[in-house]
Design a protein around this ligand. Structure first.
Ligand code: NAG
Ligand code: NAG
Ligand code: NAG
Ligand code: NAG
Ligand code: NAG
Ligand code: NAG
Ligand code: NAG
Ligand code: NAG
Ligand code: NAG
Ligand code: NAG
Ligand code: NAG
Length: 863
C-alpha cells in the first residue's frame, strides 16, 4: 500500500480500457457471489444477510460501499462511504501486517518472515487472534494483511519480510491460520497483494509474464489457502500481468480468484492501483481505494463515475449489486451473531496524535474528539516475546558455545544492538537506519509502544546475573570493537540489513535491497571481532538471506543466529535463546545461498526500451528458492550455505519408523466440478428514470475534497472522456446469464476434492539430548519428472520432546499436495510418475524416505 498523495495524483491519466487481447481463458463475465452460494456453507449465512441488506439499498448507496471517500477524507487509511439512512457507517481499513498502523497504545508483532520461521500453526493462529483483537479494539473493520505477495521470488524484494516464506505451502498455512485468527476477532482480513508484485522497482508499471502452471503451483497457492480459510477481502496489486493491470485483470481476478477459487468476498484495489472505470468494474474489482485519484469532474474512477456507468448500461446492475453483496457478505461473515449497527466505534485517527482533530482531514472539517488513546495491547507482549524467541534460527553453534552459562563477561558490539538514538519511531514509516532493526520500512509498519533493544536486554540480564557487560555501538570504529571484543569472554556482534517499500529510499536502496550483503560495514565488523575473539556470536536482523559464507566458515565465529524482524520484544526474545530459557527451534523459511547469482532469479533493475511498460518474464517457473538450489546439474546444490528449513537446537533428535498408509476409500481420480451457475441476480429496484434521482438530496452540504456516489448533473452524463464504453469489451463482460462451472472450482479454495486426504504418513522422533527441545520435522514430496523440483514441502509440525522422549508425528497428504496443474484440462491431476516422500529436519537433511504407493485406481509409470 502506498500513501503518497503525489503518486495518487499521477494515476489520474489512464486511457480508458486496457484489456489483454489474447487471454486463452474465459475471464468474463465477472463471477457473481451467488454462483456458488449453495456449495459453501461457511458463507451462506453472511451471504443471506448481505442480500437482505443490499436489496434495500439505492444505486448511490451501493456505489457508496464500493468507493473510498478519498485520501485522508476520513480517519482511517481507507474509508468507504456509508449508508446513513440505515445507520451504517463507512468501513475503516487500516494497515498493516505487524500491528495497527498510525496509532498508539498498539503492539508491534514479529514480522511475517519470523512467523514463517516458527513453522508453528499454533503461533500463527495466536498472532492472528491478537492482531485481530487490536484492530477491533480501535474500531477497524478491515485489516490490510496478511501478505502472500510478494511471495519472495527474488531475495532482494523489498517487502518479502511482510510475508512468510517463498515456499507456497508454508506461506499458505501461515495465511490460513493468520486469517482465521484475525477474523475470529470480528475483523475482516485482507490477503494481499494479489498477485505477482514481486519487487518494488517499477511495481506500478511492470508487466509480468507467467505461465499458467507456475501461477497455480507457486504464486496462487497461498491465496487458495487464504480463500479456503474464508478470507473476507483480497487486495489486487500495482503491477500488470500479461499486459493488464492486476486491478482490472479478468484472468487473475475473475477467472482464477472468483471463479476457480470460488472467492466470495470482495477485491479492493491497492492504493491508486485502479486505472479505469469500466475495466476495473468488469475485470472484477469490488472496492476502489482510496477512492480519489481519477480524472475530473469526479476525481475518482468510481463514485459518481460508477453511478453514471451503471445508469448508462456500461456496467450491468448485477455487477454493482455483486460488489455490494460481496462487501457486505465479508462484513457479516466476521460479525456473525451481531448486527451491523452494533459495530464498535472508530476511536482513533490515523492522521493526528492529538485528542481533538478533524474527522475529515483532507478538507479540515468537523473538529471533534478523534483520539481516545484506547490501549489495545492486552497481554500481547508475552506472545510477541514468545514468537520472537521461537522464530530465531540458530544457524551455527560450534563447540556448543550456546547456550551461554553465566560467562564472566560479554561484549555487545554494533549499532544494530542499540536503542535507536532518537527513539524507535523517530523516522516516519521506519524510513531510516538507526539503532536495532526490528521491522522493515514502508506501509507495513506500526508505531512501537516501546522497543527492547538487544543491548538493553543484555545489560539488564548481565546486571541481574553478575556478568560484566561492555558495549560499543560504532560499526566503523573497528579498533574499539576489537579491543572491547578481545577483553570479553564472549563477544556478541550484531549486524543488519533493511528492506521496505519503494516510496522510501535508505542509503540508496529504494525498497528492494541493492545487494545481499550486510549494511553499515557489518561484514567487516564481524570479521574484526572474530579476529580477536574465538567465542564470537553473530546476531543478524535481516529481512531474508544475506551472504554469510565467510562467517559460516570462520572458525572464530562460533555461533550465528538469524533473528529476522522480531518486533517490540526483540532484545528479550534474544536473551531467552542466548541463555537457554528457550531452546532454539526456528527454521529458516528461505535458502541461504553463497552468492546472489545462485538464486537463479533476478530483480528487474532497469527497464528495456519502453520505460512505461517493462516486461518481466518469470522464466524460472516453479524453480524458486530451494526448488532451484536443489536442482541437480545447475551446480547450486553445493552452493547452499544453509538450506531451507534449517535450524539447530540445543538438543539432538533421531528419526525412525516411517510409515505410509494409503487411504483405500478415496480414489486418485476425482470428478471435476460441473454444471451451471444461476443467472446473475440483481437486488432492489432496477435503476433508471430521471437523473435527478441520483444527485445529492436538496440541502446536502458537500465537503471538498470528498468522493461521493452522486451524479454531478441531472442534465446528462459528465464523466465522459477516456472512460470508454462496454462495446470495447467482449460481449461476455456484461453477460449475466448462467455460466459453466470451472472443473477446478466448487467451493472456497477450489474443488473440495482437492483437500481430501489420500495418505497418512507417520514417523517417530526421539530427543536424544540432555535438554527438552522442539523438533520441526518436515515432509517433502517428489512429484516426479524433470519439470518438477526434487521435492516440495507438503507437511511440517512442531514436536516438543523431553530428553529421552519419543513421539509420533503425523502428516496428512491431500490430493492437492500430490497433484500438478494440468494446463490443458485446467485442473489439478495426479500424474502417473512415481512419487516419493522424504522426512527430515530440513530440505537437505533427510532422515527417512519412502515410495508413495499409487492412489487407488492408479498405477505409476515406472522409468
Ligand atoms: C500469459 O503469458 C504467458 C507467457 O507469454 C502465457 O503462457 C500464458 O498463457 C498467458 N496467460 C494469459 C492468461 O494470457
Ligand atoms: C455516502 O457516504 C457518505 C459518507 O458516509 C455520506 O455522507 C453520504 O450521505 C452517503 N451517500 C449516500 C447516498 O448514502
Ligand atoms: C441491531 O441492533 C440494534 C441495537 O441492539 C437494534 O436497535 C437494531 O434494531 C438491530 N437491527 C437489526 C437489523 O437487527
Ligand atoms: C474503542 O473501540 C472499542 C471497540 O469497540 C471499544 O471496546 C472501546 O470501548 C472503544 N473505546 C472508546 C474509548 O471509545
Ligand atoms: C505527535 O506528532 C507530532 C508531529 O508528528 C510529533 O512531533 C510528536 O512527538 C507526537 N507526539 C506524541 C506524543 O507522539
Ligand atoms: C488543513 O490544515 C493543515 C494545517 O493544519 C494544512 O497544512 C492543510 O493545508 C489544510 N488543508 C486544507 C485542505 O485546508
Ligand atoms: C551502548 O553504548 C552506546 C554508546 O556506544 C550507548 O549509547 C548505549 O547507551 C550503550 N547501551 C547500553 C545498554 O549500555
Ligand atoms: C560477581 O562476579 C565477580 C567476578 O566474576 C565476583 O568476584 C563476585 O563475587 C560476584 N558477585 C556476586 C554477588 O556473585
Ligand atoms: C581491556 O583489558 C585491558 C587489560 O585489562 C585494559 O587495559 C583495557 O582498558 C581493556 N579495554 C577495554 C576496551 O575495555
Ligand atoms: C550493500 O548495501 C548496503 C546498504 O546500502 C551498503 O551498506 C553496503 O555497503 C552494500 N554492499 C556492497 C558490497 O556494496
Ligand atoms: C445459487 O446457486 C444455484 C446453483 O448453484 C442457483 O441455481 C441459484 O439461482 C443461486 N441462487 C441465487 C440467489 O442466485
Amino acid at each position: 500500500m502506498l500513501l503518497l498523495p503525489a503518486l495518487l495524483a499521477t494515476t489520474g491519466t489512464g486511457t480508458g480500457t486496457t484489456q489483454a487481447a489474447d487471454t486463452p481463458f474465459p475471464g468474463f463475465p465477472s463471477p457473481w457471489a451467488s454462483s456458488t452460494n449453495t456449495s459453501d456453507p461457511s458463507w451462506a449465512d453472511a451471504y443471506a444477510k448481505a442480500v437482505a441488506f443490499v436489496a434495500d439499498l439505492t444505486l448511490t448507496e451501493k456505489v457508496n460501499l464500493t468507493t473510498g471517500t478519498g485520501w485522508q477524507a476520513d480517519r482511517c487509511v481507507g474509508n468507504t462511504g456509508g449508508v446513513p439512512r440505515l445507520g451504517f457507517r463507512g468501513m475503516c481499513l487500516m494497515d498493516g501486517p505487524v500491528g495497527v498502523r498510525y496509532t498508539d497504545h498498539n503492539s508491534v508483532f514479529p514480522a511475517g518472515i519470523n512467523v514463517g520461521a516458527t513453522f508453528s500453526r499454533q503461533l500463527m493462529r495466536l498472532r492472528g487472534e491478537a492482531l485481530g483483537a487490536e484492530f477491533r479494539g480501535k474500531g477497524v473493520d478491515v485489516m490490510l494483511g496478511p501478505v502472500a505477495g510478494p511471495l519472495g521470488r527474488v531475495p532482494q524484494g523489498g517487502r518479502n519480510w511482510e510475508g512468510f516464506s517463498p515456499d507456497p505451502y508454508l506461506a499458505g498455512v501461515a495465511m490460513a491460520e493468520t486469517i482465521r485468527g484475525i477474523q475470529s476477532r470480528g475483523v475482516v482480513a485482507c490477503a494481499k497483494h494479489y498477485i505477482l508484485n514481486e519487487q518494488e522497482h517499477y511495481r506500478g508499471s511492470v508487466d509480468v509474464r507467467i505461465d499458467d502452471r507456475t501461477m497455480h503451483e507457486l504464486y496462487l497457492w497461498p491465496f487458495a489457502d487464504a480463500v479456503r480459510a474464508g478470507v473476507g477481502s483480497v487486495m489486487c496489486s500495482y503491477n500488470r500481468i500479461n499486459g493488464t493491470y492486476a486491478c482490472e485483470n479478468e484472468w487473475t481476478t475473475n477467472y482464477l480468484l472468483k471463479n476457480e477459487l470460488g472467492f466470495q468476498g470482495f477485491v479492493m484495489s491497492d492504493w491508486g492501483a485502479q486505472h479505469t472505470t469500466l475495466g476495473s468494474a468488469l475485470g472484477g474489482l469490488d472496492m476502489a481505494m482510496p477512492g480519489d485519484g481519477g480524472p475530473p469532474p469526479y476525481r475518482s474512477w468510481w463514485g459518481g463515475a460508477l453511478s453514471e456507468a451503471v445508469l448508462r448500461g456500461d456496467v450491468p446492475q448485477w455487477r454493482l449489486d455483486d460488489m455490494a453483496v460481496r462487501i457486505m457478505a465479508a462484513h457479516f461473515k466476521v460479525h456473525a451473531g451481531s448486527n451491523y449497527t452494533s459495530r464498535p466505534d472508530i476511536n482513533f485517527s490515523a492522521w493526528t496524535n492529538q485528542t481533538v482533530g478533524y474527522l475529515h482531514p483532507s478538507s479540515n472539517t468537523s473538529l471533534a474528539t478523534v483520539n481516545e488513546f484506547v490501549n489495545v495491547q492486552s497481554t500481547h507482549a508475552a506472545l510477541i516475546r514468545e514468537i520472537g524467541a521461537k522464530s530465531i534460527v540458530l544457524l551455527k553453534n560450534a563447540h556448543s558455545l550456546l547456550p551461554l552459562h553465566k560467562p564472566p563477561s560479554i561484549a555487545v558490539i554494533g549499532s544494530d544492538a542499540q536503542d535507536p538514538p532518537h527513539g524507535p519511531n523517530a523516522c516516519p514509516d521506519r524510513g531510516c537506519d538507526s539503532g536495532t532493526t526490528a521491522m522493515g520500512y514502508g506501509s507495513g509498519t506500526a508505531e512501537y509502544p516501546y522497543l527492547i533493544s538487544p543491548a538493553s536486554a543484555l545489560l539488564s540480564h548481565s546486571l541481574s546475573h553478575n556478568i560484566s557487560f561492555t558495549n560499543t555501538s560504532s560499526n566503523w570504529d573497528l579498533p574499539t570493537a576489537m579491543s572491547v571484543a578481545r577483553n570479553a569472554s564472549v563477544a556478541i556482534v550484531f549486524a543488519s540489513a533493511l528492506a521496505g517499500e519503494g516510496y522510501i529510499t535508505i542509503d540508496g536502496n529504494t525498497g528492494d535491497r541493492n545487494n545481499l550483503t550486510l549494511w553499515d560495514n557489518g561484514g567487516a565488523l564481524v570479521r574484526a571481532v572474530a579476529s580477536v575473539n574465538p567465542r564470537t556470536v553473530v546476531v543478524l536482523h535481516t529481512p531474508g538471506p544475506v551472504l554469510i559464507k565467510e562467517m559460516e566458515s570462520n572458525p572464530n565465529v562460533s555461533a550465528i543466529l538469524w533473528a529476522g524482524y522480531p518486533g517490540q520484544e526483540s532484545g528479550n526474545a534474544l536473551v531467552d535463546v542466548l541463555y537457554g530459557r528457550v531452546n532454539p527451534r526456528g527454521r529458516s523459511p528461505f535458502t541461504w545461498g553463497e552468492t546472489g547469482d545462485d538464486y537463479g532469479t533476478e530483480l528487474m533493475w532497469n527497464v528495456g526500451e519502453d520505460p512505461r511498460r517493462p516486461v518481466q518474464r518469470f522464466e524460472e517457473g516453479v524453480f524458486v528458492d530451494y526448488r532451484w538450489f536443489q536442482q541437480p546439474g545447475n551446480g547450486r546444490v553445493a552452493r547452499t550455505v544453509y538450506p531451507f528449513g534449517y535450524g539447530l537446537s540445543y538438543t539432538r533428535f533421531r528419526y525412525a519408523d516411517l510409515k505410509v498408509v494409503r487411504r483405500e476409500d478415496v480414489p486418485g481420480r476425482f470428478p471435476p466440478a460441473e454444471g451451471m451457475t444461476g443467472p446473475a441476480p440483481t437486488y432492489g429496484v432496477v435503476e433508471g428514470g430521471e437523473l435527478a434521482r441520483y444527485t445529492p438530496p436538496i440541502g446536502f452540504e458537500r465537503i471538498s475534497p470528498y468522493v461521493y456516489p452522486w451524479l454531478n448533473s441531472s442534465e446528462g452524463f459528465v464523466a465522459g472522456g477516456g472512460r470508454g464504453n462496454s462495446s470495447q469489451f467482449p460481449a461476455a463482460a456484461t453477460d449475466g446469464s448462467v455460466q459453466p462451472v470451472l472443473p477446478a472450482s466448487g467451493a472456497s479454495g477450489g474443488n473440495p476434492g482437492l483437500y481430501e486426504v489420500l495418505y497418512t504418513i507417520t514417523a517417530s522422533i526421539r530427543n536424544e539430548g540432555e535438554v527438552a527441545g522442539t523438533e520441526i520435522p518436515q515432509l517433502y514430496v517428489q512429484l516426479g519428472g524433470e519439470d518438477n523440483p526434487w521435492g516440495v514441502l507438503r507437511g511440517f509440525d512442531e514436536v516438543e520432546l523431553e530428553p529421552g522422549e519419543t513421539k509420533t508425528v503425523t502428516f496428512e497428504l491431500t490430493r492437492r499436495d500430490v497433484s500438478n496443474w494440468n494446463t490443458a484440462t485446467q485442473n489439478w491431476e495426479i500424474t502417473d510418475r512415481e512419487k516419493f516422500v522424504f522426512v527430515g529436519s530440513n530440505v537437505r537433511d533427510i532422515h527417512l524416505n519412502a515410495s508413495l504407493p499409487a492412489p487407488v485406481g492408479m498405477a505409476w509409470r515406472i522409468g
